[in-house]
Design a protein around this ligand. Structure first.
Ligand SMILES: [Zn+2]
Length: 151
């Protein structure tokens, strides 16, 4: 008995199987711990594998990525990624509210107290400005001033 851990034959078979699959020692430890309610470390797993004379395994970098982690670890990581996305704050999309052309003016016609927000162009390709009163904002009507702040 080393490190106070007594391995049952079932646990040793699990170790042997996962070791052969290329699961890293940490993943093997987690697997056996989960299954048998133990508290093995990867160091204990490595020591046991050595005592069992399991074949040496290639270094982690030499193995394909999917072999580096036990399936459970990968699953947990994928789950965390999904949660990451779910936790992302909702970014408000730019307003799809149609522009109000009722006061639209060209630059030539725009008065100094009219909103400077370009809402489109006329058939001649000349830019059309919102034309609503600017209110407190220096450049835009309240609606476009709010959009300006969100940009
Ligand atoms: Zn406006």
């Amino acid at each position: 008995m080393v490190n106070g851990v007594l391995w049952s034959s079932a646990q040793m078979e699990t170790l042997r199987a996962l070791w052969a699959e290329g699961v890293p020692s940490k993943g093997i430890a987690e697997n056996i711990n989960d299954r048998y309610g133990m508290k093995l470390t990867y160091v204990a797993v490595n020591a046991k594998a050595e005592r069992m004379q399991l074949p040496k395994r290639p270094r982690i970098a030499a193995r394909p990525p999917e072999a580096r982690q036990g399936a459970g670890v990968i699953k947990a990581r994928v789950q965390r990624r999904i949660q990451d996305y779910q936790l992302l704050p909702k970014i408000p999309r730019k307003s799809k509210q149609p522009e109000d052309f009722s006061r639209a003016v060209t630059l030539a016609d725009r008065r100094h107290d009219q909103c400077k927000w370009i809402i489109g162009e006329n058939a001649a390709g000349v830019a059309l400005y919102c034309g609503h009163e600017r209110g407190d904002n220096k450049n835009y009507c309240p609606i476009h001033a709010a959009r300006e702040r969100r940009r």
